[in-house]
Design a protein around this ligand. Structure first.
Ligand SMILES: [Fe+2]
Ligand SMILES: [Fe+2]
Length: 357
């Protein structure tokens, strides 16, 4: 991808849009059968539309999504479709989902959705399904098999315990540190469906999985975690190229586990900081091959911005354009067998060097 956001805005005559707003749009290209087969799709995630009262919503979160939609509408050539990566609402209310969908309705092009825990735990996806559609599904597009999972399910015993109200259940799951929550999972029913779905797919066909939580185990205290991640990874193992794209973490995050490439997409609402334990407690990340780069803790919008992902090689290859912050490129380095942030990560050092802005 040679897309440069500033150049793009210039050529589309949208120079008046400054780069200080939170955007999370991923543009992705595939080259399975050569350049003629390339296509791109856009990705917007984690809007967290939050109702204050009546028609009043938290303006910052509204604006993040509105800006993302506006800029996505300027993309030329047009992406083949868009994905929304989950957490459209903050507390799963109809008003929040309706308002979020109203903003999303301005997006020109086909849009598909992944459900997040903030959309789900009030009514267990009932309103979502009536307005948007199924919680998991697959489709094919130009030689690529796409799978959308609902990865934020959890144990029935937790879901069905005697909550004072459905909103209490929602609030328990909505907290970041989540002391009353429960680990996310894909669950047996969906794993069975996924196994059957993937059996029909040729092993040389690129497979892309959209999930809300990471299909890897990163940080359990914040539920940056999917309890049965290994089961999903196991089903993806036979494929030559498998990619997982997820939201939820509101962070710059990437990984390569064998044939599976992981990309987190940034949020339009706000960035989460990186827990100290990411670099200090290796046990929190048993299978990560790279450690997190620390975002600038003094800049609240770091880890929001534009992100361009090139999926041609089936390995991590990403370019970040961050508002008022240094751009970054993360590329799989075949010599060391890991993705490497070219500006921030030297080989061998467990904790990446810190850069002061
Ligand atoms: Fe989120
Ligand atoms: Fe989430």
């Amino acid at each position: 991808m040679n897309m440069n956001r500033r150049a793009f805005l210039k050529t589309t005559g949208a120079g008046l849009i400054t780069s200080v707003f939170p955007l999370s749009l991923v543009k992705i290209a595939f080259g399975g059968q050569g350049p003629a087969q390339d296509f791109s799709f856009g990705y917007i995630s984690d809007a967290h539309i939050q109702q204050i009262q009546g028609n009043n919503f938290v303006r910052n979160w509204d604006m993040g999504l509105i800006r993302a939609v506006r800029e996505a509408n300027l993309l030329t050539p047009r992406p083949d479709f868009f994905m929304f990566g989950g957490d459209l609402a903050q507390l799963g209310k109809k008003e929040e989902l309706d308002h979020g969908l109203e903003i999303m309705s301005s997006l020109r092009g086909k849009v598909r959705y992944v459900i997040g825990e903030h959309d789900y735990y009030l009514d267990l996806g009932e309103y979502w399904q009536s307005k948007i559609g199924p919680l998991w599904y697959s489709f094919d597009h130009k030689g690529v098999h796409f799978v959308t999972l609902n990865s934020i399910l959890t144990y029935d015993s937790w879901v069905n315990k005697k909550w004072p109200s459905p909103m209490d259940r929602m609030l328990a799951m909505a907290r970041l540190d989540n002391p009353q929550g429960s680990p996310f999972m894909v669950g047996r029913e969906q794993l069975t469906w996924l196994k059957t779905d993937l059996e029909k797919v040729n092993r040389s066909t690129p497979v892309v999985v959209f999930s809300h939580s990471p299909i890897q185990k990163i940080f359990k205290p914040w539920n940056f975690w999917t309890e049965d991640a290994e089961r999903v990874q196991g089903l993806l193992k036979p494929f030559e190229k498998a990619t997982v794209i997820y939201g939820h973490v509101h962070q710059i995050e990437y990984n390569q586990i064998g044939n599976i490439t992981f990309h987190a997409v940034m949020a339009t609402a706000w960035p989460w900081p990186y827990p100290e334990s990411y670099s200090q407690k290796a046990s929190c990340m048993p299978k990560l091959t790279v450690h997190m780069n620390r975002a600038d803790p003094f800049f609240e919008r770091d880890a929001t911005g534009w992100q361009f992902i090139d999926m041609r090689k089936g390995k991590v290859s990403m370019h970040y354009q961050l508002p008022d912050n240094k751009n970054r490129s993360v590329v799989f380095n075949s010599k060391i067998g890991k993705p490497q942030d070219v500006n921030y990560q030297g080989y061998g050092s467990r904790i990446p060097p810190q850069t002061h802005y």
